[in-house]
Ligand binder design. Structure first.
Ligand SMILES: Cc1cc2nc3c(=O)[nH]c(=O)nc-3n(C[C@H](O)[C@H](O)[C@H](O)COP(=O)(O)OP(=O)(O)OC[C@H]3O[C@@H](n4cnc5c(N)ncnc54)[C@H](O)[C@@H]3O)c2cc1C
Length: 398
């Protein structure tokens, strides 16, 4: 028996990140408890009615684009092997408009520089506008709520809802983790933190430069538009799922109120009309102020890349080691101390649905010291350590 199989893990947060961690843990046969403060899964950032799944690409390969493409391919593999399409409402096909010379240049090059096969992405025309577009034939509009719940169903953890993690600490005697919820104390071997924007409530995470970002979408009755595929043009209009389409999204990292902003609904609508005037013959007749909206909050790290890995123990840092002294004779080396059995998956930005499954696999393999065929450079670029190293170089560690 694998020694980790007699261990217990606690996953905090039942959004797409926590659900993906539960799935990765289930493959390792680790007993898992999923803790969620709300009464069910996917009520926060992962609770939008429709989201889009497609990779982030750059003209030339970057660590971000390589990770994103791998994550997209991993998502599609699991989509097939777990037969997710059976239970998760979705529509295949995304047109990403290339309506400027620079966009065309960037994305047409990206197909070559990333060796992307035609089955994943190809140049095409968006039929409503006849504009150049990158077509992701297997890109998806999905229900994030169903996707999150389906991953949890497959992983089958013990689910504790209406249960909030208040604090946690390491038992110095045996290395176990003591986790205090509002209702009970849980003693576990591993802790996976996937609290989304509420990471700020955890004092051991506050050093990580992540922001809470407000996002607003508009819910449009599906009959108003006829587009079969989702269309991305900076903002996006999704294909139809469950009788509606989503027009999204406006983001704001400075003002974080929960109330709808009517102006943003109008701005999104006007933006769509400007980009795709042929979508409707009668734009003026539509009373968009009557459409539903949803406001939710996602996280974004300082470099906009996810935060995935073993959690550094910020309080044990030796701040006397200066970067400037590094090359001096007998200089002390800078070591990052870790909580060895605590991992974080956060900072998923605006591509959480595409990135969470691979990020969770990387995280679980890292904590369980399992090998995973992904380059160390990609894994390193995701680790929270990068922020400590940056602060150290800038002499900002206190
Ligand atoms: C408007 C908008 C549109 C978006 N559109 C897309 C899209 O089209 N495609 C895409 O890929 N991504 C999209 N995103 C991004 C995506 O939704 C997020 O990246 C993703 O949902 C984040 O998932 P998460 O699990 O990290 O966070 P969440 O879904 O917020 O989950 C965190 C969970 O942790 C729980 N929690 C927090 N603290 C505690 C605690 N102490 N104890 C117990 N439970 C706790 C919360 O209640 C919550 O359920 C969008 C985001 C927004 C805001």
């Amino acid at each position: 028996m694998n020694p980790s199989q007699s261990k217990t893990a606690l996953v905090v947060g039942a959004g797409i990140a926590g659900a993906s961690v539960c799935y990765a843990l289930s493959k390792q046969n680790i007993k898992t408890i999923l803790l969620e403060q709300e009464s069910s899964a996917a009520e926060k950032a992962s609770g939008n009615p429709i989201g889009v799944v497609y990779p982030f690409l750059t003209k030339h390969k970057t660590l971000e684009s390589e990770f994103s493409l791998l994550a997209y391919q991993y998502f599609l593999e699991l989509w097939e092997s777990l037969d997710l399409g059976k239970r998760v409402p979705h529509v295949d096909g995304i047109h990403f408009l290339l309506d400027s010379t620079s966009a065309y240049d960037r994305y047409s090059h990206s197909l070559h520089s990333h060796h992307i096969p035609e089955t994943l992405a190809c140049l095409s025309k968006e039929p409503n506008s006849n504009l150049d577009a990158l077509l992701f034939p297997k890109g998806k509009a999905v229900s994030p709520v169903f996707l999150t719940k389906e991953l949890i169903r497959i992983a089958n953890p013990m689910e504790h809802y209406n249960s909030k993690l208040i604090s946690w600490e390491v038992n110095e005697e045996n290395g176990n983790l003591i986790c205090h919820t509002e209702k009970e104390i849980l003693y576990v071997d591993y802790l996976f933190l996937a609290q989304g924007y509420q990471f700020v409530m955890d004092p051991k995470l506050q050093w990580i430069p992540m922001k809470q970002v407000r996002g607003q979408i508009v819910r449009i009755p599906s009959s108003i538009f006829q587009n079969q595929f989702s269309i991305l043009y900076g903002d996006y209009l999704t294909a139809e799922i469950g009788g509606e389409r989503v027009l999204g999204a406006s983001f704001d990292e400075f003002h974080l109120e929960e109330e709808t902003r009517q102006k943003e609904t109008f701005d999104l609508w006007n933006g769509l009309q400007t980009k795709l005037p042929n979508l409707l013959p009668n734009w003026k007749e539509i009373e968009i102020q009557n459409f539903g909206t949803r406001v939710s909050f996602r996280t974004q790290s300082q470099d906009r890349h996810p935060v995935v890995g073993k959690l550094p123990n910020h309080s044990l840092l030796d701040t006397s080691v200066k970067y400037q002294n590094l090359f001096r004779k007998n200089a002390k080396t800078f070591q990052i101390p870790y909580y060895e059995t605590v991992g974080i998956l956060n900072g998923l930005g605006s591509r959480g649905l595409t990135h969470a499954l691979l990020a969770a696999e990387i995280l679980v393999c890292d904590l369980l010291s399992q090998k995973l065929e992904i380059s160390d450079t990609i894994k390193k670029a995701l680790k929270p350590d990068r922020f400590l190293l940056r602060k150290w170089k800038r002499d900002e560690l206190t």
